[in-house]
Design a protein around this ligand. Sequence first.
Ligand code: C5P
Length: 230
Amino acid sequence: MIRVAIDGPAGVGKSSTSKALAKYFGFAYLDTGAMYRACAWWCLKQGIDLDAEQIDERVVTETVGEFFTGDHFDISVDPDKPAVSADGEDISEAIRSSEVSTHVSKVSNIIPVRNVLIAAQRAYIAREESADSFSGGLGVVAEGRDITTVVAPDAEVRVLLTAREEVRQARRSGQSTAGVGAEDVAARDRMDSKVTSFMTAADGVTTVDNSDMDFEHTLDVLIDMVENAI
Ligand code: C5P
């Protein structure tokens, strides 16, 4: 069982590279950002005011806890068809809306909420060790902001995927189709940095700066790292 932990800021191509890497090795793919997005989506749907000056953290934490323990939430770790659902409804697109993007950090900044999500993410990763898991015990690629440091600090492969600011800005602009402008995403990075550390690599984490690499090159570098760990 190989665990690959990938962290990094927005605009670096983390999701597409992680997905392709998982596909290449037949591993499971866990998009932890999608889990935080699903929580924000759920809270908004329950009518919680995430624009309030003083967000009721206790209510948000309870609501998120109920989302997971009440069996509302589901995520597919198949890299060929990653999907997130709530009560059987596919919300994979809804969680990419600009409304969710602008509110997600308010939810992910609440430490008790993070603790619920971290426990759930560890359970998904641990599940991949069993023979009847998606990957049949082969491995998992988990990506986010705190995977190398908090969720799976003992992963076999730990990568901080990053790129120069102006390169990420350019890639962000190219990704603005969901209505998320470059500034919004920069603000999200700033807010996310309050509770997670994804701008510099922790001890034992390899930094891959893909500023001057295209997608295929980045993927090749990561494939080499995983092959060396097998
Ligand atoms: O990766 P993505 O941009 O979809 O993540 C959405 C949001 O989820 C981030 O902006 C951050 O607030 C939160 N997140 C987090 N920890 C992770 C992954 C995502 O706080 N491991």
